[in-house]
Design a protein around this ligand. Structure first.
Ligand SMILES: Cc1ncc(COP(=O)(O)O)c(C=O)c1O
Length: 389
């Protein structure tokens, strides 16, 4: 492919790696020359079942023959089936479907505002270094100036506190005019920063105390990524609103906002909608993904522990590495050098890894990865970070 043509025809928004991927199989992808790459990136934590998974092929082909889209003016069974599964697995009560992570957050913010309307509460609390998406609402609660500044003014009424700062959270909530607190249980784009158990549990307690909703953004951490179906299940809490996307569709674009009855009771017909949201094609495939991931949870825990131990043993001692954080199949490696250059050198060695921030290399492989494939990737990463290649 001619990379130069890109700038003639596509908006100048993506600083791509110099690689054209044409197909994938299992945990490997192939470039246009037939070279094979081990994938530790999953299309940014999306391809939970890897590539060309037989169950996904079967779900896609059978639904293509039946019905792709019909709109939310009519009832469709796959959407209801997926909603039932997400409700059962999350302990929440109702689902709304959309097409991306940022839309799942927009819906979370609108539902919170709708709930807050009758209570005179419209403000949000978010955390510094968070990432919640690129549309104007999601961007307004994203705690990173580099994403916000070019597009200001944003939504007003958003307060940012330090992640894991329970004292600051209570000081704000005490003011009484917040409709919701939005948190990632593990900050993803912000550098794979896990929340402290005490912070998450106190957030739940304080939201109840001050009559404020708790939103968990699990766009990246949800659907098995951390070894539980949702990352909040590592803690003894349930949010009022749960935002999902990425891994839910196994590669198809889908977002979901799952809510409890308290939130649902404040919604009315027409308050929110999406033309494509939850169409029979994506929801029938997502249903299969959810079933498969549920079965994979013991496997994810096992290989996740293996990955964590191997990173500790082989990568943590390297001179260029200052910290490693993560859980399940979601890890961040802080380097003293430039994370992007590590990704570029890994590509040359046929391994795909990505960054989150300038100095953090992110590992989010397909959830089907096995121990041998993990060893293969960590071996390449070790060689590259050591500077041998
Ligand atoms: C935690 C989190 N929330 C929201 C988003 C936005 O998702 P999307 O890019 O699908 O709009 C992302 C994307 O990286 C994310 O990691």
């Amino acid at each position: 492919m001619n990379f130069k043509e890109e700038s003639l025809y596509l908006a100048p928004l993506y600083n791509r790696f110099p690689l054209t991927i044409v197909r994938g199989e299992g945990v490997y992808v192939f470039d246009e020359n037939g070279n094979r790459y081990l994938d530790f990136a999953s299309g940014i934590a999306v391809n939970s079942l890897g590539y060309a998974h037989p169950k996904i092929i079967e779900a896609v082909t059978s639904q293509v023959k039946r019905l792709l889209h019909i709109s939310n003016l009519y009832y469709t069974e796959p959407q209801l089936e997926l909603a039932k599964k997400l409700v059962r697995l999350s302990g929440l009560n109702k689902a709304f479907f959309c097409n991306s992570g940022t839309e799942a957050i927009e819906a979370s913010l609108k539902f919170s505002r709708r709930w807050g309307k009758e209570r005179g509460k419209y403000k949000f609390i978010s955390t510094i270094n968070s990432f919640h998406g690129r549309t104007m609402g999601s961007l307004s609660v994203t705690g990173q100036k580099k994403y916000q500044e070019p597009f200001e003014p944003l939504l007003d009424g958003v307060t940012f506190i330090e992640f894991n700062d329970t004292k600051a959270l209570e000081e704000e909530l005490r003011k009484g005019d917040y409709c919701a607190v939005i948190l990632e249980p593990i900050q993803g784009e912000g550098g794979i920063n896990p929340a402290r158990k005490e912070f998450i549990e106190t957030a739940r307690y304080l939201c109840d105390k001050y009559d404020t909703l708790l939103i968990f953004d699990e766009v990246q951490t949800g659907i098995g990524r951390t070894g539980t179906m949702f990352a909040f299940q590592h803690f003894d809490v349930t949010p009022d609103i749960l935002a999902l996307a990425k891994g839910l569709g196994g590669g198809l674009p889908i977002g979901a906002t799952v809510i409890n009855n308290k939130v649902a009771e404040s919604l009315h017909y027409g308050d929110h909608a999406s033309t494509f949201g939850g169409n029979p094609f994506v929801t029938s495939v997502a249903s299969v993904v959810v079933d498969e991931v549920e079965n994979l949870l013991p496997h994810i825990n096992k290989v996740g522990r293996f990955l964590g131990n191997l990173l500790k043993e082989k990568i943590a001692p390297l001179d260029d590495v200052s910290d490693i954080r993560g859980i399940g199949l979601m890890y961040g490696i802080d380097t003293k050098s430039n994370a992007r250059s590590i990704c570029e050198r890994c590509i040359k060695e046929r391994l795909l890894v990505i960054t989150c921030g300038k100095n953090t290399v992110r590992i989010v492989p397909p959830l089907i990865i096995n121990e041998q494939e993990i060893e293969e990737g960590v071996y390449i990463l070790e060689k590259v970070i050591k500077g041998g290649i």
